[in-house]
Write a protein that binds this ligand. Sequence first.
Ligand code: ADP
Ligand code: ADP
Ligand code: MG
Length: 460
Amino acid sequence: MGIERLFIANRGEIAVRIVRAAQSLGIHTIQAHSEADAEMLAVRMADEAVCIGPAQAAKSYLDVDAVVKAAKDAGADAVHPGYGFLAESPAFARAVVEAGMIFVGPSADTIQSMGDKVSARQAAGTAGVPVVPGSDGRVDDMETAAEIAERIGYPVMIKASAGGGGRGIRIARTPEDLAKFAPQARQEAQAAFGDGGIYIEKVIPQPRHIEVQVLADGTRAVHCFERECSLQRRRQKVWEEAPAFGLPEATRQAMCDAAVDLAEAVEYLGAGTVEYLYDARADKFYFIEMNTRIQVEHPVTEMITGLDLVALMIRVAGGEPLPVSQEEITLNGHAIEVRLNAEDPLKKFMPFPGVVGTLDLPESDGIRVDHFLYKGYQIPPFYDSLIGKLIVHAPTREAAIDKMAGALDAVRIDGLKTTIPLHKALAQSADVRAGRIHTQWLEPWLDAGNLTTDQTGGAS
Ligand code: ADP
Ligand code: ADP
Ligand code: MG
């Protein structure tokens, strides 16, 4: 039957991305926005725009009733949630469907079982996917927590079942830490996610974060190879690549196959990502979680496969069987994405909202910028600081890093502080170039003062 009128329940660069994909499919777009976002780029691009509430996200982008009512009133037949906000809320997916519309993503039940990290670990285990050693379920009392930690060995991670966005994670190095942090973690999880469930996982030392993109239509799933997201700060991704570098072919195949098995086991529909930690020394990988939505870093996969993941997720949501076979998805070259945030990396990444001045975003063969900026745009201070992503594609990783360095030199965003100086320094780093990186590499590198005041880069 297909989708004819799509309601976009998100903001920023991903809203722009979704409007573009929908328009390429000939779908009428209705862009939601808060009072603070009336001037955002996606509002200007969409066929229609609807205000869903005040600036405060809790009263607009996170308000299930307000969003569903706005979509219904606008005559939408489908809702795209983007990432963040309500993208992984089973209650939202259910409400959209109960109101007679299509949710662009998997079923509410699938979101529920994969969104809860404890039940996701169980589903992965059942599908034969290796998981990080840890508790079998939620940990409710301190005695059990101590027993499990003793069995798997310290240090351990205390994680919130409902956690996300790098939040709700603590490390306990000793039984004393555990006794102190577990109750705190429970309270914090309750406050942040409305669910105080916690579980325990072994800390994998200096792991790499490698994740597999999947696409599925509820029956069949395919993978679109993997991404390397090991450059992280505060457990959030900063710089992402596709494919992962130096990964043995058999390991890549096993990771991709496991992701497909898991997606099929949960009758997955849409675009999703299976995240793993990779222990390079032991050549072993472990499932950590599945994200049941489009991800920030999806463009690197689009660059190496030539697929339009956002268009594909909309098509399968509309009832089309997956239009690509696994054999048709091939890997071409190397892509890198850097996250451009309105933050001052030289001042502890302090947010820096402001008015966009002169804007120069070079887009040419193999350089793509996903963003929501225009000259004179006032970036509202109420939301995530991501203002865009710079993505490059080249035949090899080395050429892609060179291309990134050149593109970063060519980008000009006046009026704001951005994370561009950080990325320039990373593109020059010998460790990054040699692939001597892991998820714990970036923070000590920053603490060691590798980022200095020189905008033009040049740090080691
Ligand atoms: P989130 O839902 O916040 O993304 P994840 O479980 O995906 O949480 O973990 C986020 C990041 O935290 C990972 O990419 C990794 O850097 C780190 N991490 C998570 N679990 C472990 C672990 N068991 N050992 C070491 N690092 C971990
Ligand atoms: P990705 O895996 O796509 O990189 P992230 O984990 O970085 O996704 O999250 C994408 C966006 O959604 C970020 O802006 C992040 O702050 C936000 N986000 C992720 N999980 C949550 C959550 N549970 N609650 C609120 N915001 C979240
Ligand atoms: Mg994650």
